[in-house]
Ligand binder design. Sequence first.
Ligand SMILES: Cc1cc2nc3c(=O)[nH]c(=O)nc-3n(C[C@H](O)[C@H](O)[C@H](O)COP(=O)(O)OP(=O)(O)OC[C@H]3O[C@@H](n4cnc5c(N)ncnc54)[C@H](O)[C@@H]3O)c2cc1C
Length: 477
Amino acid sequence: MTERTTVQIPGFRGDVIASDDHDYDDARAVWNGTVDRRPRLIARCRGTADVAAAVRFARDSDLGIAVRGGGHNVAGTAVCDDGIVIDLSAMRAVSVDPVRRRSHVQGGALWGDVDHETQAHGLATTGGIVSHTGVGGLSLGGGIGWLMRKHGLTVDNLEGAEVVTAEGNIIRASAEEHPELFWALRGGGGNFGVVTSFRYGLHPVGPTVMAGPVFWSAEDTTEVLRFYREFVADAPDELGNIVRLGTIPPLAVVSEELHFRPAIAVASCYAGPVEDGERALGALRRFGRPLVDLVGPTRYVDHQSGIDDTVPHGWHYYWKATNLTGLSDAVIDTVAEHAYRATSPWSYAAMFHLGGAVARVPHDATAYQGRDAEHNIIIDAVWLPGEDETVGSPETAWAREFLGALQPHRAGVYVNFLDSDDDASRVREAYGGETYRRLAEVKARYDPENVFRNNKNIVPAERRLKTTDTADGRWTD
Ligand SMILES: Cc1cc2nc3c(=O)[nH]c(=O)nc-3n(C[C@H](O)[C@H](O)[C@H](O)COP(=O)(O)OP(=O)(O)OC[C@H]3O[C@@H](n4cnc5c(N)ncnc54)[C@H](O)[C@@H]3O)c2cc1C
């Protein structure tokens, strides 16, 4: 019998998982099943002190670091080959102060954890639209969701953060403490430290909201999108909308004969009184000949997890994304032409309607950029494990071609939608030159050695002259 090698991390009370542990394969798996990386160690932290101990240990042992929040990033940056994963998945506590309307959330929590606790008080903050997405990566990249037009992006609701720095020190960032770091955390991704706790502002939402999708046949796509363009131009801030183009998912709430039928859906959530939502959605629901209308009074927490099963862990995913200059006839024609060319019934494209409160925040208030984009699109190639050759190849080609066709209409990109083959130039595209330079200065101050580089990387300003960007956004000397 071979002896297990037990690694001790000084000052660490959590679990250290190595390749000879029975749960190693589960612990290294992330949401995207195409990602297959083998870290030397996974340090499953129990609290902030463990995170600090793991960072110091990694540095002393010359190990690369990956930080795992919810493990949802499509590029798989929560896990690395050879190095150490600082795994926050056991740090999911959420506390709510209903009087001050604020919430403290540990860095490994999922959005379902946050909604569950905050909705117990009839409160919410802008979070992702799938409840098994992590708060960590989503919050640090920007955070778009149903409530953003009324209450801003997730970063606009972030009031402060506890951060373990590249030195292994524990500091707080807010408008008063380390304000430049706080600016960078609100959009600059996981480049500046490990966030062990987020503090969000909360708003009264629901608990029942008017929400759900309306589906029309794929043949009606052009007409639906032209109508949608006018409909959202006058939409109140309370109304969040997402267009989904693909096939109708086989959900229990949809009759079986409609499952997998090519269709365009407009899904909505009205963050205000149900009666007002009913009025606001009237024209949309009356448009054309819907195949099925699932809009109705719904518990906000249920709406937040309604599509969870359509994007399960372990399937294979590949994304391409861009912000759009607008919904011109040319954009609509391109979207209608390419959206249904996917061969997998699970693939789809989704367009988020931004604007409202997102656009009212000055562009230099946070590191998140692209506030003037009214719409963005994400093209999601999805296939099952074992179908890489037969379906995966054509699906990834479909996503790339679709993005290529949108080239004349592109206007930046949301950093959290970038995949592993989106290179360093796309990270710059996400921020633009001025914001990227400011982020690089903050990076040089808080992480000059680029310890946190297994991400959509911001290269520290002082090192940039000495380094060469590699295709995946990492750097080498
Ligand atoms: C099904 C699905 C739905 C999505 N829906 C939305 C949506 O509605 N709105 C939206 O804005 N985005 C959405 N996203 C994109 C999402 O924002 C990113 O995938 C994000 O990276 C997920 O965060 P995570 O913590 O789960 O990811 P992880 O893979 O764990 O982390 C990604 C990166 O973030 C950093 N990171 C994570 N946690 C921390 C932390 N606590 N401290 C420091 N760094 C950290 C690390 O650099 C890490 O590599 C969705 C993604 C998926 C897969």
